[in-house]
Structure formats: C-alpha cells, structure tokens
Design a protein around this ligand. Structure first.
Ligand code: CDP
Length: 229
C-alpha cells in the first residue's frame, strides 16, 4: 500500500480479555504513525466514575445521566506512551486497570444506551481515518468498513498469565485462580450480551498470539497492512 494510503488506514482489533489488544494496537499505531484509540478505556472510565459515585452499574438511565456529565478523552498520539485517559480532566490511566474496575466494566458495557453513545463517539474519533481502534465490536459494529480487521486472541492460560503479571506489576494483590475467574466471567459476559457482543467479523484475520512476543505480533499486523489486507 502507498505511504499516503497507510496514513489514512483504519485498523480494527477485537478479541477477548488479556489478548494484548491495547499493547499491540499501540505498537502498530506507533509503527505506522496512526492514532491509537482504546475503546475499552472509555467503558472503564465510565465504570470508574460510577464506582466513585456509588451508582448502580446495571441501570441504563443512571449511567446515561452519568455519561452526560462526564468528559472522557484519550491522548494517544506518539508523545504519549502508553495512552493517557482523562476523566473530567483527571488522568485515570492507572486507576481504570484496577481489579474492581475489571469486575464492573462488563456491567456498564452491557447497557445498550451506553453502547449507543460510546459507539457514536468512537466513530467520530475515527472519522478521517488514520486510526488503530481496539475493543470487542470494532470490526463488527463500530467500524465495519475498516481496511484491516484483526481478531487477536491467545490460549486462556496465556491470557490469564499476562493479566496476572500486569496486575501484580501494578501492585494489585491477586492470585492466578482469581485472575482466571475474572477473565472467564468477563469473556462470557462480553460474548453473551445482546448489544455489541464480542464476535469475530467474517472478514477479520484470526491471530493466535500464544507464544509470540509483542514485536512478532506487531510485525505480522504491519505486514498485513503493507499488503493492503
Ligand atoms: O484489556 P482487556 O482486554 O481486559 O479489556 P478492555 O479492552 O480494556 O475492555 C474492558 C471491557 O470493556 C470489556 O471486558 C468489555 O466489557 C468492554 N468493552 C466493550 O464492551 N466494547 C469495546 N469496544 C471495548 C471494551
């Protein structure tokens, strides 16, 4: 693909929890000079606000009111590594990865009104192209016309191991068994919900990353982009 074509490209990356979507999406974006938009961070930021205000995460009306009073921004250009998530101007990039949020976020993401609003916002962010967007429904719902779609996954054991190490590094005490339960529960919730469930788009490339390094995975995706999908 031409350099100009690559700069306008839209890349959608979906997959289950702990597949490494955010890390890989960021690396691909940096390599190709594109913007990275981590849509999970948007759901997480709203879950954090709901938790701070003691709101019921299953009540659509309450959450819509909360969202209408929230400003969620993503700073994900080449100067920010990793991406910075701002909630009402506050940097919550670390806090949104806490285990309590892992637990609440799928409840928030299940609410159709919330998905409708956040999908709208995500499409606006991708307008004009030049983005790598990662999430659960990007290739199927948010950007079905994306130039390249990737379904990124890894074995359950590897995804649990990666998430466990991430949590330990962040200073959140947990166990492998507890991490596994959280990953399995969240995947089930994400796959079984009615609106925007986790699905592989029929025209997506299936990439099993078990045993591969982030650099190897990134190189594979960049090669697909160079070839134009
Ligand atoms: O990093 P990890 O794969 O664990 O999760 P994430 O991408 O940060 O997403 C957190 C949660 O947000 C998911 O478990 C989904 O419930 C929700 N989500 C979603 O519903 N749709 C998206 N496009 C992105 C995330």
């Amino acid at each position: 693909m031409s350099e100009d074509g690559l700069k306008k490209m839209i890349i959608a990356i979906d997959g289950p929890a702990g597949a490494g979507k955010s890390t890989i999406a960021k690396m691909v974006a940096d390599k190709l000079g594109l913007k990275h938009i981590d849509t999970g961070a948007m759901y997480r930021a709203l879950a954090l606000k709901a938790m701070r205000e003691g709101k019921d995460c299953t009540d659509g009306k309450v959450l819509i009111d909360l969202l209408s009073r929230s400003k969620i921004e993503i700073r994900a250009d080449n100067r920010c590594s990793p991406a910075v998530i701002l909630l009402d101007g506050e940097d919550v990039s670390g806090e949104i990865r806490l285990p309590e949020i892992n637990h609440k976020v799928s409840q928030v993401a299940k609410v159709p009104e919330i998905r409708r609003e956040l999908v709208k916002l995500q499409r606006e962010l991708a307008a004009g192209g030049g983005v790598v967007m990662d999430g659960r429904d990007i290739g199927t719902i948010v950007l079905p016309g994306a130039d390249i779609k990737i379904y990124l996954t890894a074995s359950l054991e590897e995804r649990v191991r990666r998430r466990y190490h991430e949590l330990i590094q962040r200073g959140s005490p947990t166990s492998l068994a507890e991490t596994k339960k959280q990953v399995v529960d969240r995947d089930r919730g994400d796959r079984e919900r009615k609106t925007g469930p986790l699905r592989m788009a029929p025209d997506a490339f299936y990439l099993d990353t078990t045993g591969l390094t982030p650099e190897e995975i990134t190189a594979k995706i960049v090669r697909l982009c160079d070839e134009g999908g």
